[in-house]
Design a protein around this ligand. Sequence first.
Ligand code: WQD
Length: 337
Amino acid sequence: MKKILVTGGAGYIGSHTAVELLNAGYEIIIVDNFYNSKPETIENIKKITNKDFLFYEGDVCDKKLLRKIFSENEIDAAIHFAGFKAVGESVAKPLMYYRNNIDSTLTLLETMQEFNCQKLVFSSSATVYGDPERLPIDEKCRLSVTNPYGATKLYIEGILKDLYISDNEWSIAILRYFNPVGAHESRLIGEDPNGIPNNLVPYIVKVANKELPYLNIFGNDYNTKDGTGVRDYIHVVDLAKGHLNSLNYILDHKGIDYYNLGTGKGYSVLELVKTFEKVNNVTIPYKIVDRRPGDIAVCYANPSYAKEKLNWEAKLGLESMLKSSYNFSKNTNHKKL
Ligand code: WQD
């Protein structure tokens, strides 16, 4: 049975991907330092899948730990989620972001090379497209970043390209996520950010649970149908399945390639609020405030390349995303503000 190392596997997308890998019959090993995740997630992945797996607590920047993991296990491929991902925080603390995101990736790649493991799925982001050159966004669109978080993703994509050029034995899938939302139907894993959420859906969930008084809508003067920002929201379970398809592909093919993981549909903030209210039978009070610096008006994917090469497409709709997000938040052991 193929053994897959999942860095950051206790995190939001990592945990959902771990579930899909286990259900598909892979053996997995998770390494996570719980910087932005919780220990109970490890147990919840086991509960959902009724499967066991090895877990190492620690930092992917710790070469000694990574060498231990690779020397104790025959690892066939790695999926690299571990990294900081808050845009606003990255603007305030750029050195922390460059150090952590790039150092952890280099440490992983050097260790993989040393142990002759050359198959990698990398968690990138649609943020590398900056203000999109055209819509819908395809993988050949211009790359331009507007914040240190996005820059770490872009630089790591460049590192991976240079690595492949130096050694064509590598198999690398670079996945550019659009806006992941939602939670597993079990309500045992989901998005559970520490503190006040930066992202729209977890913020709305806190308003729905009366942990926050109202939503601030960042601008309604964009050139969109209702003036509010438009994004491509994708169910985290669809995203996780995209990682499974990417892994299956790289296990059989050498090369490096880039894939947009989105639905191809854009929804505005107001559309999202209205849909959330409808499917969950709640009211979300909001205020229109100034635009958030660095925000773009519209961003949604052309997902046809992932369909063509990975035989993957998103299947779950917005209502399922928003219902599952709210259902997860009502789970008793969920962290409150
Ligand atoms: C969505 C829309 C906001 C919060 C970011 C990262 C991206 C990825 C996903 C990591 C925008 C509006 C938001 C709020 C609002 N992260 N909004 N009030 O900015 O598209 O993408 O998260 O990979 O890399 O850039 O997501 O959820 O923050 O914003 O009005 O309280 O909701 O203006 O139009 P974003 P978001």
